[in-house]
Design a protein around this ligand. Structure first.
Ligand code: ACO
Length: 330
């Protein structure tokens, strides 16, 4: 069976930078609390009217330029996001229209922080089976408009940012390849990280009463997320290594979902690797959910952190709970 390679990567974040100091004006928090607990110093938030599909399109254009791919070449769009522009449809069809693509298949997937790797895995299967020649996979997120930006929402509000990253997948060239992807979920943790409303379980899906109770805001059991993340990240990274007969010594860089610097540090410690081989840019962007891995991949590539032919590992953990990894020979 043929293999898939990543032939282009790009990212885009909104212009507006929101520093920890700015958040201090909006809620009872401090730069010191945020930096110590999460490693985040600033994040980018959209301005009024800027949507998830707009960020995704800008990132896709950069990935297409790097890959030398024109809009008419794209056979499929996979859009990883928790925060589509509207409740329905997903943002993928808006991307199809805005990029001037043919009437190709386009769909959203909602697997939270793991969604980009889930999307990468889907695109990989389409290329491997010959169903597609060129697949656009986007991870994009506008989290800022969902946050309770006051003291009662401070535990979540300080962590999240907006942004997008994208890759172009093409048949492998005999050297570069996605070697394997590994996807997992455990739904018993639903309420440890979730946003309840609007919900099709309720009729109406959202009411004044629900809004007054604040049920439209995301909620997190931070300690439970931390406890599970530091187990699942090493587990799924080791799964990617074992599947391919690789060891950590073979890996130029691990690119984890940027959830929290402390999570990445704990994962590095458990794996026994230095932070110099675990990419981190959370200080600049916060947690951008489905966008964090393609943004990080893009920046790490620009910074020369790995070269063509090097092995890298992508790994994610997030709401659901879901977790995933990908082993890549770049
Ligand atoms: N600023 C100041 N104080 C705050 C803030 C804030 N932004 N948020 C919470 N606090 C307060 C709490 O109210 C609490 O006060 P209290 O002791 O008077 O009740 C105090 O800080 C300590 O709160 P804890 O929840 O015990 O803080 P903890 O040390 O556990 O850190 C954190 C919280 C950072 C969320 C931690 O649990 C963690 O790192 N969890 C991992 C979750 C995570 O990073 N998720 C990212 C998104 S999920 C994902 O992408 C996988």
């Amino acid at each position: 069976m043929r293999q898939t390679m990543i032939s282009g990567v790009g990212y885009h974040v909104p212009k507006r930078v929101v520093t920890n100091r700015e958040l201090e004006q909006l809620m009872d928090t401090s730069d010191e609390w945020i930096v110590t607990r999460s490693g985040i110093r600033e994040r980018h938030w959209v301005e009024e009217g800027e949507g998830t599909s707009d960020l995704g399109v800008a990132a896709a254009q950069k990935a297409m330029t790097m890959a030398g791919v024109k809009p008419e070449a794209i056979d499929l769009v996979v859009f990883a996001t928790l925060t589509s522009d509207y409740f329905f449809p997903g943002s993928s069809a808006q991307v199809q229209e805005k990029l001037g693509l043919r009437n190709v298949g386009a769909f959203d997937i909602k697997a939270a922080c793991s969604a980009f790797i889930y999307g990468l895995s889907i695109g990989d299967q389409f290329i491997k089976t010959g169903q597609a020649e060129t697949v656009l996979v986007i991870g994009a997120e506008v989290q800022s408009t969902a946050l309770n930006v006051s003291t009662s929402g401070r535990d979540m509000a300080v962590l999240f940012g907006d942004g997008a990253g994208a890759v172009i997948l093409r048949p492998g060239d005999g050297r570069s390849a996605i070697l394997s992807t590994h996807l997992h979920a455990d739904g018993k943790h639903l309420k440890d990280l979730w946003c309840e409303v609007p919900a099709s379980r309720f009729n109406p899906r959202v009411s004044h009463e629900m809004l007054n109770e604040g049920r439209q805001y995301p909620l997190m059991n931070g300690r439970e997320v931390f406890r599970n993340a530091i187990v699942r990240f090493p587990e799924v990274i080791n799964e990617a290594l074992t599947t391919n007969g690789l060891t950590l010594d073979d890996i130029a860089l691990i690119i984890p979902h940027q959830a929290n610097l402390r999570i990445s540090q704990a994962v590095a410690k458990r794996l026994g690797v230095g932070m110099d081989r675990v990419f981190s840019n959370i200080h600049k962007y916060g947690n951008t959910t489905a966008a964090s891995i393609p943004i990080a991949l893009s920046e790490a590539w620009e910074e020369g952190r790995f070269s063509r032919g090097d092995h890298i590992i992508l790994a994610a953990f997030g709401a659901g709970f879901t977790w995933a990894s990908a082993a890549i020979r770049w």
